[in-house]
Write a protein that binds this ligand. Sequence first.
Ligand SMILES: NC(=O)c1ccc[n+]([C@@H]2O[C@H](COP(=O)([O-])OP(=O)(O)OC[C@H]3O[C@@H](n4cnc5c(N)ncnc54)[C@H](OP(=O)(O)O)[C@@H]3O)[C@@H](O)[C@H]2O)c1
Length: 330
Amino acid sequence: MKAAYITQTGPPENILYGEVPIPKLGPTQCLVKVGALAVNPVDTYIRGGMIPMALPTPFIVGCDLAGTVVEIGPEVTRFEPGDRVWGSNQGLLGRQGSFAEFCAIDECWLYPTPKGVSDEQSAAIALVGITAHLGLVRDADLQRGETIFVHGGSGGVGSTVVQMAKAIGARVIATAGSDSKAELCRRLGADFVVNYKTQDLETELKKIAPAGVNVWWETLREPNFDLAMGALAAGGRMIVMAELEVGRPFPVGPFYVKGCLLRGFVMFMATPDEQRDCAEEINRWLAEGKLKPTIDRVLPLSQAAPAHRLQEESTIGRSGVLTGKIVLKP
Ligand SMILES: NC(=O)c1ccc[n+]([C@@H]2O[C@H](COP(=O)([O-])OP(=O)(O)OC[C@H]3O[C@@H](n4cnc5c(N)ncnc54)[C@H](OP(=O)(O)O)[C@@H]3O)[C@@H](O)[C@H]2O)c1
């Protein structure tokens, strides 16, 4: 089969596209013929060696996928050949990745694809959807009627958080870096959008939410904790989930006086049961049309290396060139 893989960590050009053996099935695994997969920033960190992990050689990159089960191991109970599925959490903690024509995946990481939802859509929502759900429901306990601020509302994670927060019934404030991205955030359900390039965030937040925000969702790698603690309401919760590039001063005073909570997490450490809980609600929202993945472009799998370069330039280099996910098709 064709796959995008590396034999050693390094720049995007280390990704080779070529023939590798079709994986052998373990007893609890399904062999999935991949219809679509999506690129995530974490794929680029693992490929680049920024997150050191034991990797098989060759290592097929990628976390997300969607496709059709073609074969099952003897102990698989949830799926049958012919079932359409999506999943994430591949290419991590020693597992092979998803950027291939076929993947052998433990059934605990797979979910049924709802009718009417394409492989492109379900692959694009996989990792960001589970991340957004874990943070909003398990960790921030966002409630209907509360106000949430999403820093980075047009990104892969942020655009998903905006839609889920809306589906939960919250009032949503988001940032975007251009008029067209602000318009996208509004279409996704944001009640207020602040253009961080042309408006002063602190001033705007005071106008929009004078009593403070209940949840601050930070997607940036350089959080401004002073700004966040100033903007949180009493009992507010702040979610951090992007790697801090450098240490940041933390305003302990307002944090404890307002009784706030700071919660960090990484989706790939969540248990299969926790991730399945997220997937079930994601499927319901996808089927109801409340959740629509933001897809920037669809490319052939052979373009995995330039796709990694683009993702890196956008997320780490802040080129702003992407609006949402890059989807690849084998
Ligand atoms: N912990 C976890 O489990 C987990 C899961 C998924 C992702 N992550 C991490 O979360 C981060 C975001 O991921 P992603 O997929 O959403 O990345 P992304 O699609 O590249 O989005 C990045 C966002 O940051 C915004 N942004 C850039 N500079 C900004 C600034 N100065 N002020 C306000 N917004 C700014 C961009 O806005 P514009 O484009 O509008 O300028 C864009 O919306 C990454 O570091 C990723 O590794 C962690």
